[in-house]
Write a protein that binds this ligand. Structure first.
Ligand code: ZN
Length: 283
């Protein structure tokens, strides 16, 4: 199943087109894409039902963030060995955790304002919580995931690294710096398509030139492991999201460093899910 946000309304995406969930369910489920996670099991049962549903065609520009107002946004740093190496740090023995503030969330298409001279890309797999997870073991963790989507952990490196301690949360939370989309894909849908949710290819390209290319099989802390470790500290609630970290190839680590410029186009992809497509404009 693929679900998401079409013009601000919860939609189910079929091969033929989009289904407006509030209309198709006769109001049983509301139009808010965020609220659906509070009734995830009921929604899954309805969405998997046999009845034929009216679909409409749509343009990618109509898509918004599939999880527009998560209660909590977790983000993980240095979660791929080759990225830790390019950042010049040892492989962590526990995941560094920060947040991307909610005001930075945007959808999978459109323009993003460059907040400075050193804005960098980080393509990431994003996991969306579907069932409350309180001290969940890694073996049970996938059962608490509603699905996966594509994210960018855009980062203003000067702000991120200024001052006596790194400002990860602040430097990664300018407006538009947390795009997600194009929709959420459930784990069973990925498996039905022959994909392993623990081994998805991901990457991004600037103006058509590939800059990051990796696989989530190389995550130091896998999605289940992250859920186990985070939920050992505090409960994860339905509709929370986890940005799981980025593979190597960020602009900051290049020699010389390379950052996003006005007019650049950034396409970010996770296999089996889809892509984000953004262009950058001067602030
Ligand atoms: Zn990141």
């Amino acid at each position: 199943m693929r679900i998401g946000n079409l013009d601000g309304r919860l939609a189910l995406f079929l091969d033929e087109g989009a289904v407006d969930v509030a209309r198709a369910s006769g109001g049983e489920f509301g139009p808010d894409p965020q609220e659906v996670f509070l009734r995830w099991d009921e929604f899954r049962a309805w969405a998997g039902g046999p009845e034929a549903r009216e679909t409409v065609s749509f343009a990618p520009e109509q898509l918004g963030a599939p999880v527009p107002r998560p209660g909590q946004v977790f983000a993980i740093g240095l979660n791929y060995r080759d990225h830790a190496a390019e950042a010049g740090v040892a492989v962590p023995d526990q995941p560094p955790v920060f947040t991307k503030f909610r005001g930075s969330i945007t959808g999978p298409r459109g323009a993003i304002v460059l907040a400075g001279e050193t804005v960098d890309w980080e393509v990431e797999l994003v996991a969306v919580v579907g069932r409350r997870a309180d001290a969940v073991a890694a073996d049970d963790a996938w059962d608490h995931v509603a699905g996966l989507t594509v994210g960018q952990d855009l980062s203003e490196r000067t702000v991120q690294l200024a001052g006596p301690m790194p400002q990860f949360s602040l430097g990664k939370s300018f407006p538009g710096f947390s795009p997600m989309g194009p929709w959420l894909v459930t784990i069973d849908e990925l498996r039905a398509g022959g994909l392993d949710p623990d081994a998805l290819d991901l990457g991004c390209a600037v103006n058509g030139e590939s800059v990051q290319k990796g696989t989530t099989a190389d995550l130091i802390f896998s999605v289940p492991e992250l859920i186990a470790r985070l939920s050992a500290v505090l409960p994860l609630e339905p509709g929370d999201v986890i940005f799981t970290g980025t593979p190597h190839g960020v602009g900051m680590a290049r020699k010389p460093p390379r950052f996003l410029r006005a007019g650049d186009e950034l396409i970010s992809t996770v296999a089996g899910i889809g892509d984000l497509n953004h262009r950058f404009v001067a602030g």
